[in-house]
Design a protein around this ligand. Structure first.
Ligand code: S3P
Length: 427
């Protein structure tokens, strides 16, 4: 599917409720499958990634009754799947479920689409093998045979919540204590949910330790996804005089690096009505676009706090007065696509000046972008980032090929742009 965006004819003004958080919906389903009684997930993300997690957990006996925007989840019975489990485009599905299945006496083959089949899975297989599981395959298809696990002390080479979560989910079913340490702190949703559900868990700097644990059913209203909100936030920030309200967005500090960068660039972002859901903070965000934007530097511990927002921030950087720099973000090369190479290529095609480094890029602004035809390479965040680039362009239409990938995380993306009053020529 193709989408076409011309330069925005009217700036964003209004309010939206961004879709539910993808990471939290995956985890709510997994924690519900592992609970020992019924759970209720309110406002789950219905995008394809989370559907993959749900479908696989249903293959192992989890039952879901849907009523309105509530999924009533009966725990899994852990029957062995009779066919390979298809994780589609979703790295979180494959990696977290490998951790979940590692403690079950079953043999499961994990498969995924072309993009997921290129991504590294050995980073999950290695610690799970140390715990006692049998794992074959560095990339999908991966065959995992679970069994009795023992706790380990694992020093992860990368700040990855997916690695950390797989180990912690295996750890709550292992003998003894399981610890995982990481070079910088990655998103801590798994830890927060475990704490809220009473799992004995200790945190010391970036090291998390868990013991064997079980938990009961829970009720959880999934907060909005800051990674989806990022598109509207950056569009507003890049549109002088624009203003928007984004309701119910997760502001978990391990995910909210984007808000710090936007404030540094000169946009005003305020939080209203701050609240929490099972230990996860959320707020309404009020953002407005300043007359001019300052460039940013993203490196070090900021990187995991906005890893999924770097594509759209690199679009915004084309409008800043000066050179913006991203370093220490080599992980972007192994996301749904090589996001460094693809952002550099697409932005250059739109007239931007971008230097590419192995671990990041430098974007020289400001530049009047011009429309171009962009291949999203099956990557939802690229498709939406280039949609924003098309709207922020000075001239020409931007055609995005492979825009169907948007449905993995933000099925209502175009509708939300319209709700914000954004219009563009669609000739
Ligand atoms: C996710 C963690 C991040 C992120 C991904 C979702 C998660 O990956 O990029 O979109 O739900 O744990 P890494 O933690 O592997 O960087």
């Amino acid at each position: 599917m193709e989408l076409r965006f011309g330069p925005a004819l009217s700036p964003p003004r209004g309010e939206i409720t961004p879709p539910a958080d993808k990471s939290l919906t995956h985890r709510a389903l997994i924690f519900g499958a592992l609970a020992n009684s019924t759970s209720e997930i309110h406002n789950p993300l219905t995008g394809e990634d989370c559907r993959a997690t749900r479908r696989i957990l249903e293959m192992v006996g989890m039952r879901v009754e849907e009523s309105g925007d509530v999924w009533r989840v009966q725990p899994a019975t852990w029957t062995t799947p009779t066919e390979p489990v298809d994780c589609g485009n979703s790295g979180t599905t494959m990696r977290l479920l490998m951790g979940v299945f590692a403690s079950r006496p079953m043999s499961v083959e994990f498969v995924g689409d072309a993009s997921l089949s290129r991504r590294p899975m050995g980073r999950i297989g290695l610690p799970l093998k140390m715990m006692g599981a049998k794992v074959e395959g560095e990339k999908a298809p991966v065959r995992l045979t679970g069994g009795t696990l023992r706790g380990i002390d694992y020093l992860s080479p990368v700040a990855s919540a997916q690695i950390k979560s797989a180990i912690l989910l295996a750890g709550v079913r292992a003998e003894g204590e399981t610890s995982v340490d990481e070079p910088e702190q990655s998103r801590d949703h798994t830890e927060r949910l475990m704490e809220a559900l009473g799992v004995p868990l200790t945190r010391c700097r970036n090291q998390i330790s868990v013991q064997r644990a079980e938990w009961g059913g829970f009720e959880f209203r999934v907060p909005g996804d800051i990674s989806s909100a990022a598109f509207a936030l950056c569009l507003v920030a890049g549109s002088p005089g624009a203003q928007a309200v984004l309701r119910g967005v997760s502001v978990n500090p391990t995910r909210s690096g984007l808000l710090d960068v936007l404030a540094h660039m000169g946009a005003s972002v305020t939080r209203e009505n701050e609240r929490a859901e099972l230990g996860e903070p959320l707020a309404d965000l009020v953002v407005s676009g300043p007359p001019g934007l300052k460039p940013f530097v993203i490196e070090g511990e900021l990187v995991p706090r906005l890893i999924d927002e770097i594509p759209v921030l690199s679009v915004l950087a084309t409008q800043a007065h000066g050179t913006s720099v991203v370093r220490g973000a080599a992980e972007l090369r192994v996301k749904e696509s090589d996001r460094i190479a693809q952002m550099a290529k697409g932005l250059r095609a739109m007239g931007a000046s971008v230097d590419e480094f192995p671990d990041g890029m430098a974007i020289h602004g400001p530049v009047a972008l011009r429309g171009a035809t962009i291949d999203a390479h099956g990557d939802h965040r690229l498709a939406m980032s280039f949609a924003i680039a098309g709207l922020l362009s000075a001239t020409g239409d931007t055609t995005i090929r492979g825009a169907d990938s948007i449905a993995t995380s933000y099925p209502g993306f175009v509708d939300d742009l319209r709700t914000l009053g954004v219009t563009w020529s669609e000739a």
